[in-house]
Design a protein around this ligand. Structure first.
Ligand code: XMP
Ligand code: MG
Length: 185
């Protein structure tokens, strides 16, 4: 298996869309500050959302704090049944505005499990931002507030997304294709 050439979403296309998403988020959370009681906390889902979140956060024009949660549900290209989460928080989300940043919304199980646990901390507001949405595979009725791109039901890698921990470093998003299909043999 290897990443398609050309990419499904090249670096420039990704970066332009991230800039747009940052504008929407900044507009919707304008006026939030620590003193105003609605400080924005960006919760980044590791590892996949690492690069997307780093680019998004740096383009926001509102002050933020950043927290991390690690989630794992995939083995190879197949969704695992159980979602394993570990919250690496340094402060409570109580009363805060929270933006959960995820790489991809697929079946919805991972995001749903994380949101359920975040709600227990009683944030004042909770919004979901995903780079990619694969609605064809949805099992739970999850809808993101901000979506970068809606894609077909295909396994993608790059810009944080991995296949067995590889390809996260690619600057664009590629479909994972088998070697024979790619070489035409
Ligand atoms: P669920 O099904 O819980 O899945 O919504 C979300 C998580 O599954 C991973 N995922 C992918 N990872 N390429 C990847 O590298 C994909 O096409 C893909 N689809 C789902 C991802 O980690 C996400 O957090
Ligand atoms: Mg993964």
């Amino acid at each position: 298996m290897q990443p398609s050439d050309p990419p499904l979403l090249p670096e420039q296309v990704l970066q332009a869309r991230v800039a747009e998403l940052a504008e929407y988020v900044s507009r919707d959370f304008a006026g939030c500050s620590a003193s105003g009681g609605c400080e924005l906390t960006v919760v980044v889902v590791l590892k996949g959302a690492l690069f997307f979140a780093a680019d998004l956060i740096r383009r926001l024009s509102v002050p933020v704090t950043v927290e991390f949660v690690r989630a794992k549900s995939y083995e190879g290209t197949r969704a695992g049944e159980a979602v394993d989460t570990a919250f690496l928080f340094t402060s409570s989300l109580e009363g805060k505005s929270v933006l959960l940043v995820e790489d991809i919304l697929d079946t919805g199980r991972t995001t749903s499990a994380i949101i359920e646990q975040l709600r227990r901390q009683t944030p004042a507001r909770l919004a979901l931002c995903v780079l990619l949405d694969k609605p064809a595979r949805r099992e739970l009725p999850m809808v993101a507030d901000y979506v970068g791109f809606t894609i077909d039901d295909q396994f993608v890698v790059g810009y944080g997304l991995d296949f067995e921990e590889r390809y996260r470093d690619l600057p664009g998003i590629h479909v994972l294709v088998d070697d024979e299909a790619e070489s035409g043999t």
